[in-house]
Design a protein around this ligand. Structure first.
Ligand SMILES: CC(C)(COP(=O)(O)OP(=O)(O)OC[C@H]1O[C@@H](n2cnc3c(N)ncnc32)[C@H](O)[C@@H]1OP(=O)(O)O)[C@@H](O)C(=O)NCCC(=O)NCCS
Length: 155
């Protein structure tokens, strides 16, 4: 199936954050301390991020199936830091995350942005390396969350 990549709309928000939470529980939660789980839950389910998105201060794209059900979510906060990237488990390795990132890279490049950053989960380190990200520091743990800081230069 060819998934449609588009900007998230506010009506998509709850469905998108549910996908993020469900996927997080499978692939990331085992690496988190309890404090980190709570922090991530508050991040995706709380009002702060939703309000930022509604105000245009948080960018998000989704991959949608033919029934307009979300199967992938990419969220980027100011300034061009990837803070959410999740693809539904049964659809991994079909290029969906790559397509989401490529859409964001194009929009960034169109705005003259050269550098994007991410704090990669342990699970996604190889994926980001494959895309072209480089580590900018060693793995860290903050607020119960393990991550590796990375960046990519677009041009
Ligand atoms: C990481 C994630 C977003 C990748 O999504 P995806 O749609 O499966 O990725 P793609 O199909 O675009 O992958 C492109 C290439 O990256 C590499 N790759 C993808 N997932 C990988 C993994 N888990 N381990 C190692 N390499 C991986 C592969 O080389 C893949 O190409 P291939 O399938 O032809 O071998 C997805 O596994 C996911 O949702 N993980 C759980 C959440 C997570 O950790 N998100 C990152 C938060 S920072």
């Amino acid at each position: 199936m060819q998934y449609n990549i588009r900007h998230l709309k506010i009506k998509d928000w709850d469905m998108a954050m549910q996908l993020a939470w469900d996927t997080f529980l499978v692939y990331e939660a085992p690496e988190y301390e309890p404090e980190g789980l709570q922090n991530f839950y508050n991040f995706v389910k709380g009002d702060e991020l939703r309000n930022m998105f509604a105000l245009g201060e948080y960018r998000a794209w989704g991959a949608f199936d033919d029934d307009d059900v979300i199967v992938g979510i990419l969220g980027i906060r100011k300034y061009w830091h990837i803070s959410l990237l999740f693809v539904e488990s049964r659809l991994h390795h079909q290029g969906i995350a790559t397509r989401l990132l490529n859409r964001a890279f194009k929009e960034a490049a169109d705005e003259g942005i050269n550098t994007l950053t991410v704090f990669s989960s342990p699970y996604a380190v190889e994926f980001y390396h494959r895309i072209g990200f480089n580590d900018t520091d060693h793995e860290k743990t903050t607020d119960g969350i393990r991550y590796t800081p990375m960046s990519i230069e677009l041009f």
